[in-house]
Design a protein around this ligand. Structure first.
Ligand code: FES
Length: 133
């Protein structure tokens, strides 16, 4: 379990992007895959806000790339990210597994917790921006 003082919402985290912040376009994301993205929210490229973007055709889900177990990214590099497209995504530190559909904990060191969803707006031309909290 995470400490009780852990942030509960993405917007409570350091460097959380403001609503309207551009993320990328859907076409930049491989369909049916989870993509790690480091968003520079003004603190510089060395201190990004880390996202996981899960694309299913025209639909894209976003979660903070932050395991609730130790508060660290699920993987350090894209090539190390463990996912079963459409099913689950896992942390490669202690292998907590989260549902693809909503980021909820499926197994491992995340009971009662989950990945923090980040709301997105997708424009008709596929531009993804951060939605209002
Ligand atoms: S840090 Fe993710 S399972 Fe432990």
């Amino acid at each position: 379990m995470a400490p009780s003082n852990s942030p509960q919402h993405w917007f409570d985290l350091p460097r959380a992007p403001a609503p309207g912040t551009a993320v990328c376009t859907a076409s930049e994301l491989p369909d049916g895959q989870a993509t790690m993205l480091a968003l520079d929210t003004g603190a510089g490229a060395a201190q990004p806000f880390r996202l996981l973007l899960l694309r299913d055709g025209p639909q894209v889900r976003a979660f903070v790339n932050r395991c609730p177990h130790f508060g660290m990214p699920l993987a350090a590099k894209q090539a190390q990210l463990i996912s079963k497209p459409g099913v689950s995504i896992s942390c490669n530190v202690h292998y907590a597994r989260f549902r693809w559909s909503d980021g909820g904990c499926e197994s491992g060191e995340c009971a009662g917790e989950g990945l923090m969803p980040v709301p997105l707006v997708i424009s008709p031309d596929g531009q993804l921006t951060i939605a209002a909290a």
